[in-house]
Design a protein around this ligand. Sequence first.
Ligand SMILES: Cc1ncc(COP(=O)(O)O)c(C=O)c1O
Length: 474
Amino acid sequence: MKQEFFPRLTPPELLYAARYAASFREGRRPLDPTASLDELRRKFNRPLPVEGRDGMDIIRDLIEAAEPGLVGNTDPGFLAWVMGGSHPTGVAADWLTSIWGQNAAIYQCSPAAAVAEEAAGAWLLDLLGLPEESSVGFTTGATMAGFVGLAAARGEVLRRAGHDIEKSGLAGAPPITVYIGADAHVTNHSALRYLGFGNDQIRRIAVTDQGVMDTDTLAEAMAEPATARIVICQAGHINSGAFDDFNRIADLCEAHGAWMHVDGAFGLWAQASPRLRHLSCGVSRAQSWSVDGHKWLQVPYDSGFAIVRDADAHRRAMDVTAGYLNHSPEDGRNPTEYNPELSRRARGFAAWSMIQALGRRGVARMVEGHCAAARALAEAIRDVPGVTVRNRVDLNQVVLSFGMEEGVEAAAAYAQAVAKRLNATGRYFLRTAVWRGETVLRISVIEDGTNRLFTEKLAADITEHWNAVRRTAR
Ligand SMILES: Cc1ncc(COP(=O)(O)O)c(C=O)c1O
């Protein structure tokens, strides 16, 4: 019987890797890499083999070479950046994605991959409270999701201005003015560059101290004449976690015929929580949204979603047709019509599995739990002398500065010293960031296991190490 299903022997490297992988998350591992750059190079940089090698040997060597250079970004103590924890259910689905070796290009390459994306996409719209007619593209992350949304925006605002970009490209196209907050995530600018926008077409709008667009300034900028317009807003500022005023921005966009795109890489998940949805109020009035699965949904890397209200505009921007890319009337949707690549990983399997692993309530509970843990940290540390909480902690981000009264340079040295000491405990992986010209300790609470108890202990540790740093400085 077994022979029927497994006519070939299971390759031993697969069994070996599966066993190793299954035990990898047992116990705690170092958060910081233990190998230096030179050591890693010595392990990886080998002469190019002339003949192939035995698979088992290669996998053993790979584990030996890579493990000391891994970062513990699935650990509750990983707080440096907004990265999800690659949930085991998502990882298991991802293993199957690899072993099945499907190419989620067109429906006929993998009907299962295409339909899993269709189903996961519909759940996502429901979870995020976005218009059900929207289309969803499965991308590597929010950078490419932003690219997709903005490509659709570019095509559509030009079409409305009488220019057919699919036919004529950008040659002779009327100018598009892009409005974006001065503190928007840098990857929005990457996407704009890929799409042929330069600084001359981009109006950087002044932001508040939380990094959100000042909507009076936006209104003034939009009052100036423009032929075609795109406004890029943020759901969840990368440092403060703050949200733009979507209702006011949507009013302005509607008044000026502008396309509204929302970069909601992590913050859009506030929509999944009845308790937090007020933060993103009005976000569903936009025309396109970019959001990550590999952040708050805990899908393993890589996973992002490009969501566009006007599915035709979405498809026009990403369309791939060729005689050999067969499509029959009875086929389901072709995934490639919604993302830039033709051949790619079947990302829908992991997303479909993770949405079920958490469920509607589980997603809400997780997001709320992380935000409560971030607030608990801020509350516990707010009154410690010399510590300033720099942001309104509504979401999962906490930005701290130390000894500000001694000036910017002293504060930078303090933040770095505190981070270094905390990292040396082996419990945390923290990094400083430069925000508004000042070096701050920037904490992102997003790992599956990071809870309130954990951040209360973190607050106590920050206090202890900050006091020690200050004592030493005096
Ligand atoms: C607000 C925001 N936008 C966009 C991105 C880019 O997302 P990705 O790294 O998934 O491409 C990030 C990543 O941290 C982000 O936080």
